[in-house]
Design a protein around this ligand. Structure first.
Ligand SMILES: Nc1ncnc2c1ncn2[C@@H]1O[C@H](COP(=O)(O)OP(=O)(O)OP(=O)(O)O)[C@@H](O)[C@H]1O
Length: 326
C-alpha cells in the first residue's frame, strides 16, 4: 500500500482512541497550502501546539492539487485515525467529506479557505487557534446531508447560471489576493447583465421547464456575505436539499432579491421560487453553462444529484447549556 506520508509530514505515534468529551487521540490533517490566504506554516505550528498540549498524535498531509485526495482519505480511514481534519476551503472539506459518508470517523474542519461557507454554517470558529482547539479537543458531532454527483460528493452548494459563471471567471490567484472581494468584483459584471437561461429541472421525479438567471441547489444556507442566506429553511442536516430558482434580470431585480434575503423573507421575493428535494435532482441547461459545486467547477451544462441524508459526521462546537448561556 502506498505510504500516506509525504515530504512535509510531521507525526507522533499514539494508540489512544476517540472518546466523547475527551481529546481525540490520533488526528490526520489534510492541509491545502494554497486555500484562501492560508499560511501552511502557521496552521502546522498552531495544530502542533494544541496536539502536544493535549497529548494527541497527529500526521499532516499537504496537498499538491494533483493527487487523488479520496484515496489519501480512504487510506487514513483504514489506518484508524480517530479524526480526519481538512484545513482549507469548502473544496477541500467536501473532497475529504466524500470519503467519510456513514463513517464512524468524524471530519474536523480548520477553515482557512476563501469563503468557508460550511464552517460558517456550522458555527465552526474561523480563527485558527479556536478551530485547531476544536478539532483536537472535540466538541459535538453533527451529521450533515451530502449530495453525490457521479463519483464526487458535495456538501454545500451546486449552481448553474450567472452564479457559476462568476466562479469560472475568478482565478485562484485573485481569490488568494483579494479573498471574497474577487468574487464580488466578478459578480458585479455578471449581475448587471440581464441574461436568463432555459433549464430542464427534475426534482424527485417531477419535471419542469424553467427560465432563470441561476439555479442554486443549497444544502447550506450561508451565502458567504454578512448574514445573507439562500433561503429561510435551508439546513444542512434536515434530510433534504433546497432549490432556489433565481429569475432576476439586472441590478434592480438583484437588489430586490438581496433586500428580501437580508430580512429573511426570501419567499416574498417576486424573483425567486423555492423547491426542495429528498431523493434526487437533475438539471440540464440548454446553453453550455459551468456547473459549480462547493466552490469548484465540476462540470458543464448538466448535473445529476443523489441526496444522501445525514451522511457526514462533522465536529462542531458543543452546544452551550441554557444555564451557562443565560
Ligand atoms: N498545492 C496546491 N497547489 C495548487 N492547487 C491546489 C493545491 N492543493 C490543493 N489545490 C486545489 O485547491 C482547490 C480547493 O481549494 P479550497 O476550496 O480548499 O480553497 P478556496 O477555494 O480558497 O476556498 P473556498 O472553497 O472556501 O472558497 C482544489 O481545486 C485543489 O485541487
Amino acid at each position: 500500500m502506498k505510504s500516506l506520508h509525504n515530504d512535509n509530514v510531521e507525526s507522533t505515534p499514539t494508540t489512544k482512541t476517540l472518546e466523547p468529551g475527551s481529546p481525540n487521540s490520533r488526528l490526520f490533517l489534510i492541509l491545502n497550502p494554497v486555500a484562501g490566504s492560508c499560511s501552511a506554516e502557521r496552521v502546522r505550528f498552531t495544530l502542533k501546539q494544541y496536539c502536544e498540549q493535549h497529548d494527541v498524535g497527529y500526521e499532516i498531509y499537504e496537498t499538491t492539487g494533483k493527487e487523488h485526495l479520496p484515496s489519501i482519505v480512504r487510506q487514513a480511514r483504514e489506518e484508524d485515525y480517530s479524526v480526519i481534519v481538512a484545513a482549507g476551503g469548502d473544496g477541500t472539506a467536501s473532497m475529504v467529506a466524500g470519503e467519510l459518508i456513514h463513517s464512524p470517523i468524524p471530519l474536523g474542519i480548520i477553515p482557512v479557505g476563501t469563503a468557508n461557507l460550511l464552517a460558517r454554517e456550522l458555527a465552526i470558529p474561523l480563527d485558527l487557534e479556536s478551530a485547531c482547539q476544536l478539532v483536537v479537543t472535540g466538541g459535538a458531532i453533527r451529521k450533515i446531508d451530502a449530495m453525490r454527483v457521479g463519483r464526487q460528493v458535495l456538501i454545500s452548494h451546486i449552481s448553474l447560471g450567472s452564479y457559476s459563471r462568476i466562479a469560472e471567471r475568478t482565478s485562484v490567484e485573485a481569490k488568494r489576493r483579494f479573498r471574497q472581494l474577487a468574487y464580488i468584483w466578478n459578480g458585479i459584471a455578471e449581475f448587471i447583465g440581464t441574461r436568463v437561461w432555459r433549464f430542464d429541472l427534475v426534482v424527485d421525479g417531477q419535471r419542469q421547464r424553467i427560465k432563470a438567471a441561476f439555479i442554486m441547489i443549497a444544502n447550506v444556507g450561508a451565502m458567504g456575505a454578512a448574514t445573507l442566506r439562500w433561503g429561510e429553511e435551508v439546513k444542512p442536516d434536515d434530510g433534504k436539499v433546497d432549490i432556489c430558482i433565481v429569475r432576476t434580470r439586472g441590478l434592480l431585480h438583484y437588489s430586490s432579491f438581496l433586500w428580501h434575503a437580508l430580512r429573511g423573507r426570501h419567499k416574498e421575493s417576486p424573483h425567486t421560487d423555492y423547491l426542495w428535494a429528498e431523493k434526487n435532482i437533475k438539471v440540464t441547461a440548454k446553453k453550455n453553462l459551468p456547473v459549480r459545486g462547493d466552490g469548484e467547477i465540476i462540470g458543464r451544462s448538466s448535473v445529476e444529484i443523489e441526496i444522501i441524508p445525514r451522511a457526514v459526521p462533522i465536529i462542531v462546537p458543543a452546544p452551550v447549556p441554557d444555564e451557562i448561556a443565560s
